[in-house]
Design a protein around this ligand. Sequence first.
Ligand code: ZN
Length: 308
Amino acid sequence: MDIIKLKPVFKQMIWGGNKLREEFSYKVDMDNVGECWGISAHPNGDCTVIGGAYDGKYLSQLYAEHHELFGDIVSDVFPLLTKIIDAKEDLSIQVHPNDEYAKCNEQGSLGKTECWYILDAEPETTIVVGHNAATREDVANMIHNKCWKEFIREIPVKKGDFFQINPGTVHAIKGGTLILETQQNSDITYRVYDYDRLTDGKPRPLHVEKSIDVINAPFCAEDVAGDNEVISDELEKLVGCDYYNVWKLKVNNSTNISLDGEFFLVSVIEGTGYIGGTKLDKGDHFIVPHNYGKMHFDGEMELIISCP
Ligand code: ZN
């Protein structure tokens, strides 16, 4: 059985930079490419299979027609989405609802849990994770009174950091940050604050009341820390939650890995090598299907692996 390599979908964003082209050698002609959807079956960016028996098929199609590749996953849609995000400018400050709130208030949509592995951050860069209000009432007051400096929790960030962003967590990456995001396959986002910026002369809409509804208070730093469980010299579990498990694997010469999961989403974030006999380069994204067996890697690489 072979791995399933995918062709990413690129998204131009006003805040996007050029690192995806320059550092990952992706062949994109556009400037300001903010997002690479590396493993996605979302209607806004459905990846296609490169090579093998399913060449050219959309991932959504593969998921619908060849469910045997994905094992015993009970989900109408492909459950996860892996993105690389290159922010040249600050992203608006956001929060996501949980499944329950989204179901009632967003036409039955799923909520969104996501996590970030920091691939790179320029010196002195910070990240917004959490807030400083003690209660939901304080959250409402600080937002209504635009006390952003007091409200927003901003901390230094560096390469290799990891954050679990549960629903209800205020969050944003700032200019100079490159991340790999693993997320639930959903796009419901409430914008809390956009630094009072104007786009075409107008502020982008905010979702103040829905944000206040869903923001958890008080913020708890432990909730965003992930698991940080060192399994071996090569393998580290970054997080396990209701929606996904995420690991980081460092291949030094050669290794065999077997993990618990129905199938796996894999991204090469550094170096080059092989899985089985298939060549891998930095920036490659692929799926290890159900019943593939042990993964055998050769080379010098770093990978992020996830499963639902
Ligand atoms: Zn988010």
